[in-house]
Design a protein around this ligand. Structure first.
Ligand SMILES: *Cc1c(COP(=O)(O)O)cnc(C)c1O
Length: 419
């Protein structure tokens, strides 16, 4: 269909192929205007954890739309938000006590950074440095870009981004040195916060690292009174096999950022949850200690209703079983992959499976193997959008065994074709 007015995200409009025109979707299948079908193997940018057009979520939104569609959230509260806050706090580790609503992953990160910085400001303590990991991705707004890796995506904005102290991801080889570096930064830089994507750096190409090493770093952060922010926008809600990646950790963060899977892909919604300690630094008779932040659509009732339904599905036995069967079939598939000359590394955590391909070009998002692979999978009826030379599967939890097998088969076949 003719499309003249739309500027698509992360898309070079001059060279990109025409977008698929999707007219409807159900469970894991996307149906296009030209009568084709595609398996959505990446849950539409990681958000559709329960597949498309889930009945229960659709009904919850429809009922909410006829009751209370939206209302200002300052001076007013409403049942869908109250219910959701209770659900999230009961699912999160026990140290979390408050949730703050925003609109998406990037704004949940902005809120987390502002909470952490003002936490110190409200106590009259000067702490302004933030520690982040190399290759990090935390969203596309300015604060989120600042704490992310500096790369081609944010080069134009570099002069406008605030400085952060960047450290490499921990490995068995570097952990001792890294702890020394971390401690050195912590001692001399008035560090306010340490932000990380726990266990998996998604946009960086599904880079994975061990919980034990992250615990060693967050342990140091706690010793030095540094606020820990877990960005679970991608890893949250079952992706890693547990509800939250931080469940693999001993040290719990002070702040957690959530979005993507929260509404099952129906509505945009961001949540930043924090511990009582953070909250109390704002809780005062002094009006200047208020957290002055809020978006027009904060805690939109339709989004909260969708999230409540999505959390009920996630916490039911059926979904738990679906997640564990994806985890085990990913592992079987990974183990069955041949020692292929085009495979550099296979990585898995929970329902996330990533295959890093060897390439003659330097590894990067702009690798030409990306477009060859993307086109190849489309031709097989599968929507996979590799991150550069990293092909990954992150399916909706309702994906059937047959659908998963189709995805595995076409990945296996692609190894000979796209390299
Ligand atoms: C996607 C993502 C974000 C940004 O979320 P948006 O909803 O796209 O703004 C932030 N952090 C992580 C880890 C993400 O994967």
């Amino acid at each position: 269909m003719e499309e003249n007015y739309i500027w698509h995200p992360f898309t070079q409009m001059k060279t990109a192929a025409a977008p698929l025109h999707v007219v409807r979707a159900k469970d894991c299948t996307l149906y296009t205007a030209d009568g084709k079908e595609y398996i959505d193997a990446i849950s539409s940018w990681w958000v559709n954890i329960h597949g498309h057009c889930n009945e229960a979520i659709a009904n919850a939104i429809a009922a909410q739309a006829k009751t209370l569609e939206h209302v200002i959230f300052a001076g007013i509260t409403h049942t869908p938000a109250i219910e959701l806050s209770k659900k999230l706090i009961s699912m999160l580790p026990r140290n979390f006590s408050k949730v703050f609503f925003s609109d998406d992953g990037s704004t949940s990160v902005e809120v987390a950074l502002k909470m952490a910085i003002q936490y110190w400001h409200n106590q009259g303590i000067t702490k302004t440095t933030i520690i982040a990991f190399e290759n990090a991705y935390h969203g596309d707004t300015f604060g989120a870009m600042s704490v992310a890796e500096r790369n081609a995506f944010n080069a134009a904005f570099n002069p406008f981004l605030f400085e952060v102290k960047r450290l490499p991801l921990p490995t068995a080889a570097n952990i001792d040195l890294l702890k020394e570096q971390f401690a050195a930064v912590a001692k001399t830089n008035n560090v306010a916060a340490f932000i990380f994507e726990p266990l998996v750096q998604g946009a960086a190409g599904m880079l994975m690292y061990e919980a034990q090493y992250l615990d060693e770093l967050t342990g140091l952060a706690k010793e030095h009174n540094i606020i820990c922010i877990a960005d679970e926008v991608m890893t949250g809600f079952g992706r890693t096999g547990k509800n939250f990646a931080i469940e693999y950790l001993v040290n719990k963060p002070d702040i957690i950022c959530l979005s993507k899977g929260i509404t099952g892909g129906f509505m945009p919604l961001g949540v930043t949850a924090c511990s009582q300690k953070i909250y109390e630094a704002f809780y005062a008779d002094d009006k200047l200690k208020t957290f002055f932040h809020g978006h027009s659509y904060t805690a939109n009732p339709l989004a909260c209703a969708a999230a409540n339904a999505s959390m009920d599905i996630l916490n039911a036995d059926t979904c738990r079983q679906q997640i564990s069967s994806i985890v085990s079939s990913h592992a079987l598939f990974a183990a069955s992959l041949p020692d292929h000359p085009s495979i550099k590394e296979v990585r898995q955590l929970g329902t996330i499976l990533a295959i890093e391909l060897k390439t003659r070009e330097a590894s990067s998002y702009f690798n030409s193997i990306q477009s060859r692979a993307y086109e190849y999978y489309l031709s097989k009826g599968i929507f996979l959008r590799p991150l550069g030379n990293v092909v990954y599967i992150m399916p909706p939890y309702c994906i059937t065994k047959d659908e998963l097998d189709m995805v595995y088969t076409s990945i296996r076949q692609s190894l000979d074709v796209i390299f």
